[in-house]
Design a protein around this ligand. Sequence first.
Ligand SMILES: [Zn+2]
Length: 170
Amino acid sequence: MVLHAPSKKTQKHFAKLYDTALRSLSHTSKHSCGASHHGQLNFLSVNQPWRNCWYGKHISCLHSEVATLRRLIRLQMRRGKGVSDFRRKMKKVTLYIARLNMDTQTRKVRVFSHSAPCQQCLKFMKRCGIKKIVFSTNNAYNQVCSVKVSDFENAHVTWANRLQGVSVKS
Ligand SMILES: [Zn+2]
């Protein structure tokens, strides 16, 4: 895990993620994620605070990282390409992740917050073949966190999943 000052391009990505995260319907934490390839940030998604289903498996709410990866999977399926081809492509993709919380002082504006992915999202990223992620700290325009997915462990399980007894070993 490396904390560093963001490049101009990374700042631009986080500005885009900020605007995107505001669309999230979650009242507490608004998350957004995008996939970067050749310097372009696409497949921007937000977290969805309602229960949903993915291939018959119920999950409590949709995290933005999973939402972005699902869109990439769907595109791959539409193109009729397989899993190994997908994982090969994903090696070159960097996921950018942001989280916005309400500013505790003014209670009026949203500010960046630490956005390390949870255990389940990490597991899904590894399965998909994602190698690198960059996520927001409390001030993403000054400092971001770059992580090699294979080196990163996060014991965090969201409270909704804890209630359902979900514990994922990566
Ligand atoms: Zn997650």
